[in-house]
Design a binder for this molecule. Sequence first.
Ligand SMILES: N[C@@H](CCC(=O)N[C@@H](CS)C(=O)NCC(=O)O)C(=O)O
Length: 226
Amino acid sequence: MTPGMWKLHQFALCPFSRKVRLLLSEKGVGYDLVDEYPWERRPEFGMLNPAGRTPVLQNEERGLTLIDSRAICEYFEETVEKTPMINGTAANRAEIRRLVALFDENFFSDVAGPLLSEKMHKRLFRQPPDSRALREAMRLADEHLDYIDYLIDNRPWLAGSTMSLADLAAAAQISVADYLGGLDWSGHEQARGWYSVFKSRPSFRPLLTERMGGIQPPSHYAEVDG
Ligand SMILES: N[C@@H](CCC(=O)N[C@@H](CS)C(=O)NCC(=O)O)C(=O)O
């Protein structure tokens, strides 16, 4: 596919946009980025996506607008053969989808969502973060990292023997939580090992170099063995 044919409306710390970016890169699909901050509620963006959320992937030449990270990922899984990401038997595919839902839904509502609202939105709107909410997000992050330790004790990748959309969904959410200083990696050697393999992939490198206006990640964030 021609680079630039697809336009991804997103912002640097949107974990769902990060998952789509990882999938597009792994599948070799070129795209351009368009910054969109959903909280600005731009009417033009509302026309594009009535739900008002990122990511939105647009292909003007083909008159296509794809909305919702799962719908987008499934679209490319169905149309691009390279690097299958929802693969294997029906049971394997169900396991991949279970884990994608766990990270998209539970990790986001337990950890990445609260960190974004306390550390990014409140900063943008000049409000102080709620330290109780931050402590709770970090406590839940620790439980999620424990679960990744357990999975990686039993299999090389989160959903089984090969890399899948489950790994991309998890790494996308985790990278946002890590950027916002919400993860304590100590005592999570298996999760740390899995994530550092991921961080060195070419699909991941561009994400690690981007910064979100005024918010600095901790020093280990972009280091491959950090
Ligand atoms: N289920 C959606 C969730 C997308 C989502 O929640 N995006 C956030 C940014 S990370 C958003 O745009 N929030 C603005 C809002 O909900 O109004 C997906 O997978 O794409």
